[in-house]
Structure formats: structure tokens, C-alpha cells
Design a protein around this ligand. Structure first.
Ligand SMILES: [Zn+2]
Length: 633
């Protein structure tokens, strides 16, 4: 059967035929179709944009020029940019610039992209074999050595003789140039991308299946995924063949069989492999990819995740029933949630389930928004869940951790998380102030809300389509009761149970006003396998106990390296006594236009605030509850 399908990536639309995979049931909108209106998300995006523009492209290009034998034009940045993983930031930076440009059309970002791509093209010519990047000689020699069949690993992050995650780093570069091509429309980026992808083919072509699986034991980022993207963009079988060399069976096979063998494995090494499997289902019609992705998602979200949506301790998955032993300062690497959200968007496209959108909401507020430092737009690496501990942020020029790179991308694409569509139905997943222009249907609407500080959101149709459109509005599973709706001042009867989409189909008119109210209350969520260790959650936001400002220090709040802060102990956190549900139901909300609650404890009152609002304070997300007379009376 000839299957016509269209891939929409930013400003570029590609229509392809044949050899296509499973077309998703729902599509995301182009970033340019959705404009953020004022909210903490828009503020985060603007803060991040300022940081992106404050970085010096010539400094980020330092090693790209140097190792290609060209004179660098800027001084090398510090942190991970001056180590073996150098160059990963430039790749993330290109993706972030491309998404920011796609979302806003701001030419300053396009100019920056064009400059970097021209510099990279020059370096690629200087290398002469199609390679471009910033890998130091050792790492580059490791990849080139594959051509001679030299594949010897040393653990999960190095090849023998020391090459540190070279494919991981190179994946960021390849993804960056792909996005400059597919999202920002740079023709030169297309040339750079394809030459680099050809080089990947070249250095891996002669490896045996066994050698490839050995190579894949070392963290390799999203190599599988990005090559599948390039296959989708070009329909050139060469890239599908190359992509298939990056399928790590040791990880995929147990998931295909429904087994959780994740404990003990490095979390962020695995998530991109699963996104690759998902793309394999989508672009190359490989059904196992869907099973693998769905099994992985369920296991990670239901069994391996903290209340904030993040996972892992010290970067590793652990046995879910031991979670109570893992509330450390090194929980919830931020990259992991960045990647889980990318996976979630794929799964939602296949099957619009509230559980996916609920997870997205949880992770967006409580991890992604919470990961940005408000003064300079800096980034967390770990999100400490050690009771009484605090957040540690990057420095502007001397950290460049993995989570700084993925973090730069996070805040450029909130507009892609709010609405999805089929041919004639609109899905509203997030209650984030925004303006949608659905050109294909002629429907424009504005969403205005102060959610979750208030429990309602108002949608106004500013341009009406000629035909009826179904609006599917998410009623979160956590809602205290059914959502209710008012259309143009009149109550509207709609089935709107928690955990479903409320469907409203009508011929919309310009000026139609639809208000949805979602009843919110405080509830508790226990650590997996530990019912006496609970977090308080209000609507979409995790509440954390504000334990007072953390004293500033050499590494607080900004650290070149965070190691020393992880060693610092948390301050004492009182134990709660009584029944947790009773305590939650009897918290007193403080007056004012904020979400804040007073919690009585044996050692005094503590204010509970949304976790994403705590930036420079010691806090606790989790509380130990012991039976006894309630402490909050
Ligand atoms: Zn990271």
C-alpha cells in the first residue's frame, strides 16, 4: 500500500511516499504556530534566550577550528567544553537556536545559526573526510579506528586507551546541524549534515554485528534516532542502514519481552536508545519499536520516577522498591527528564492518553521549570531530593555540563507541548497561556490563565473555522472532581471525569469563550514502596517545604563542578505524625495570589510552596510520616 505522509518539522514540510512507517494518530504543531503569552514558561524562555545570545559563537567553535587545523577566533570556554566531551555544547546550542528561531522568527537566532554553520562547513572542508565536530584527537582517533575494526571498550563510558563517549558527543553535533537544516531551513546545514552522516556510515560500515554491539556498550546518545531522522528527511536507504548499526539489543530485547532490567543501568544512556526504537516504529515501520517504547515508558514513569517527574540516583536506575534509600543529593539528572519528555511526545502522538499528558505536565512544572535559576537562567544537573538539601546551578562560562546543553533546549520549546491535533480535532494538553494559529483549519484561539495559581483556564476563539472542530481538553487524573465548563456564560454539560479528555464538538464562532475549571486539592504521593515517605502535591505542582535560604558560598548557588555540594548534608527536617491524607486535607492555604500552604510541625510552622519557586532555599520534597496524634491540628 502506498502511504502518503507528511513530516512537519519547524518551517520545513516534507512530503514523502512509500517506505514510510506508522503515521502517528496525532500531530504536534509547528513551534511557530503557538506563541507563548505571559507566564512562568514564557519568562523562562526569554531568560534562556538572553543566555543563548550572551554566549560567544567563536568561543563555542574554538575546538572545532583548532582540531581542524584552523586558527580559533575565540578563547575556549571552561568546564566540560575544555574536556574530552568538548563540542557537545555547540550541538545543543544549534538545536536551541533553531528551536528558538522556529518558535519566534527572531532573526538574531537565524544569523547566529548561519554564522556557526558556515564556520562548521569550513572546518569540515579542512578535515577533508566529512567529519566535523570538536572531538579531541583521542576521541576522534577512536571513531576513525572503527574503520580498521578496532573496537575495545573500557567500561560503559570509555573505549580502551581513554576515548570518552565519542558517539555521545558526536550525536549532539549531528542533531544540531540536522535542526539547523530541518527547523531553521539552512541549506548549508543540510550539506554539512549529510556529509557528516556519510562519514558515520563510512567509519562503521565494515564492523561486524558483534563489533557493533561491543561499540554500543559505551554511551552513544541518540545516534540511532538522529540517523533515522535523516533517513526520514531524505528517504535515502543509506541512512536507515547506518541507523540500524546503532540498535543496542542488550537494552532493547528485555524491554521487548516486557522485562525490567533497568536497575543498575545508567539512566540517560538508555533513554535515547528507546527514542530511537520509537522513531524506528515511526519512520521505518518496525513494530517492535512501539512495544519497546511503551514498555520502557510505563516502567520508568510508574516505577522509577520521583514526584517531580525525574528519575535515577547518581545517574543510575535502581530497584524501585529500594527508592526510599535513594533520596540523595544526586537524584533526578535533568537530561533524563529532557529525554523522557521527548519520548512522551512520540507516545502521545500514537495514542492520545491523559497519562502521557499528565506526566508531561508533572515534568514541565516540577523538573524543567524548576531546573532554571531565575537571575541568570542557569541550569541544574542533579535535582537534589535529599531532605533539607538545595539546588546547585551551573556557571555561565565554566560548567557546560550535559544538563546545561540539554537545558538550553528545554526552555525553547514549551510551545510545542500545549496543543496537538488530528485532521479535525484539537487536543489541549497543557494549561499554559498561549495563542494558537491552526492555519490548516482556520482556527485561532487564545488561552488565558493563571493556572495553577487559579484552577481555571479561558479559551477565546479569535478566528473561527468554517466546519465543526472537536476540542479535547485534558482533565488531569489528579483532578479532585469532574472538570466543569462554561461556554459564553452558560454552563455546558460535558462528560469530564478525571483522567479523560472532555470533548466539545461544535461550529465555533469568533468570540466564543470557553472556561474550564479543574478542581484542585492537596494530595499525597508516596515514594515507590515506602508509604510512610510522602510528598504533597497541589494540582500539577509538587509542594516543597521552604526551610530558609541556603548560605551562599564558593559553589552556592553557582558551581563549576557540583561534586562538593553533593557532599554537604541536608539540614534536619521534622517528621510528621498522624495520617498523611488527613494532614494534606487540613493544610491551610495562605492568602494572596500564590500557592502556599502552612504546615504545622513539632518544631514550628513550615511554608509549603511550589517546588519550581524554590531557587536559593533549602527544601524538602519528601516527608517521613509516623503514626500518632496528628501534628497539624
Ligand atoms: Zn545531564
Amino acid at each position: 500500500m502506498l502511504l502518503l505522509r507528511s513530516l512537519v518539522l519547524g518551517t520545513l514540510t516534507i512530503v514523502g511516499a512509500a517506505n514510510a512507517g506508522a503515521a502517528p494518530a496525532l500531530q504536534a504543531f509547528r513551534l511557530s504556530d503557538v506563541e507563548l503569552l505571559d507566564s512562568p514558561f514564557k519568562q523562562a524562555m526569554e531568560r534562556n534566550a538572553d543566555y543563548l545570545l550572551s554566549l560567544d559563537a567563536d568561543r563555542l567553535l574554538h575546538n572545532t577550528r583548532k582540531y581542524a587545523g584552523l586558527q580559533p577566533k575565540g578563547e575556549l570556554y571552561g568546564g566540560w567544553e575544555s574536556q574530552g566531551i568538548a563540542g557537545h555544547t555547540l550541538g545543543h546550542y544549534l538545536t536551541a537556536l533553531s528551536q528558538q528561531y522556529a518558535a519566534t522568527g527572531d532573526e538574531r537566532f537565524r544569523k547566529r545559526i548561519d554564522y556557526i554553520i558556515a564556520e562548521m562547513a569550513e572546518a569540515q572542508r579542512a578535515y577533508g573526510d566529512g567529519y566535523v565536530g570538536a572531538l579531541p584527537p583521542l576521541e576522534l582517533a577512536t571513531l576513525r579506528g572503527f574503520k580498521e575494526g578496532k573496537v575495545e571498550t573500557k567500561g560503559a563510558f570509555n573505549f580502551k586507551d581513554g576515548g570518552w563517549v565519542p558517539w555521545y558527543t558526536q550525536h549532539k553535533v549531528l542533531a544540531g546541524v540536522r535542526d539547523a537544516w530541518a527547523l531553521a531551513g539552512s541549506a548549508q546545514a543540510k550539506e554539512v549534515t549529510l556529509r557528516l552522516a556519510n562519514w558515520v556510515d563510512d567509519v562503521t560500515a565494515s564492523l561486524t554485528a558483534e563489533q557493533l554491539q561491543t561499540m554500543l556498550q559505551v554511551e552513544h546518545g541518540g545516534m540511532n534516532e538522529v540517523l533515522l531522522d535523516i533517513y526520514e528527511l531524505t528517504h535515502d536507504q543509506r541512512y536507515l542502514t547506518t541507523a540500524r548499526r546503532f540498535e543496542h539489543r542488550e537494552i532493547l530485547d528485555p524491554l521487548l519481552a516486557g522485562r525490567d532490567e533497568l536497575p543498575g543501568k545508567h539512566a540517560n544512556t538508555q533513554i535515547p536508545k528507546i527514542i530511537g526504537a520509537a522513531r524506528n516504529y515511526e519512520v521505518a515501520d518496525k513494530p517492535e519499536g512501539r512495544t519497546i517504547a511503551e514498555n520502557f515508558w510505563k516502567k520508568v514513569v510508574r516505577d522509577h520516577s520521583w514526584a517531580i517527574g525525574g528519575n535515577s540516583d547518581g545517574e543510575f536506575f535502581f530497584s524501585p522498591n529500594t527508592a526510599s534509600e535513594h533520596l540523595s543529593a544526586a537524584t533526578a539528572e535533568t537530561c533524563n527528564t529532557y529525554n523522557m519528555l521527548r519520548l512522551t511526545d512520540r507516545l502521545f502522538g500514537w495514542q492520545p492518553q491523559v497519562e502521557y499528558a499528565d506526566f508531561e505536565e508533572r515534568a514541565l512544572y516540577n523538573h524543567i521549570l524548576a531546573s532554571q535559576e531565575p537571575k541568570q537562567g542557569m541550569f541544574t544537573y542533579f535535582m537534589s531530593l535529599e531532605p533539607g538539601h538545595f539546588k546547585t546551578y551551573s556557571t555561565p562560562h565554566d560548567s557546560f555540563w550535559c544538563c546545561v546543553g540539554s537545558g538550553m533546549e528545554n526552555h525553547t520549546k514549551y510551545s510545542g507541548a500545549i496543543y496537538f491535533h488530528t485532521a479535525d480535532a484539537l487536543y489541549v494538553n497543557q494549561f499554559i497561556p498561549s495563542r494558537l494559529r491552526w492555519k490548516e483549519r482556520g482556527l485561532d484561539l487564545e488561552q488565558r490563565t493563571n493556572y495553577p495559581y487559579e484552577n481555571r483556564s479561558v479559551f477565546t476563539v479569535t478566528q473561527a473555522p468554517t466546519e465543526a472542530v472537536s476540542l479535547h481538553i485534558r482533565v488531569p487524573a489528579w483532578a479532585e472532581n469532574n472538570a466543569n465548563f462554561i461556554l459564553n456564560g452558560q454552563p455546558l454539560k460535558v462528560a469530564a471525569q478525571p483522567g479523560t479528555y472532555a470533548e466539545i464538538k461544535r461550529e465555533w464562532k469568533r468570540g466564543d469563550d470557553l472556561t474550564v475549571t479543574i478542581p484542585m486539592s492537596v494530595r499525597t504521593e508516596a515514594v515507590h514502596g515506602a508509604p510512610d515517605l510522602i510528598a504533597f502535591v497541589y494540582g500539577p505542582v509538587v509542594l516543597a517545604g521552604d526551610l530558609g535560604a541556603v548560605a551562599a558560598g564558593e559553589n552556592i548557588p553557582y558551581a563549576k563542578e557540583q561534586g562538593a555540594n553533593l557532599e554537604l548534608e541536608g539540614v534536619a527536617v521534622p517528621t510528621l505524625t498522624g495520617d498523611a491524607k488527613w494532614v494534606a486535607a487540613n493544610l491551610r492555604r495562605l492568602p494572596g495570589n500564590t500557592v502556599a500552604f502552612k504546615l504545622n510541625t513539632t518544631t514550628g510552622d513550615i511554608t509549603l510552596r511550589p517546588f519550581h519557586e524554590l531557587d536559593y532555599e533549602r527544601y524538602t520534597v519528601y516527608w517521613k510520616v509516623t503514626p500518632g496524634k496528628a501534628s497539624s491540628d
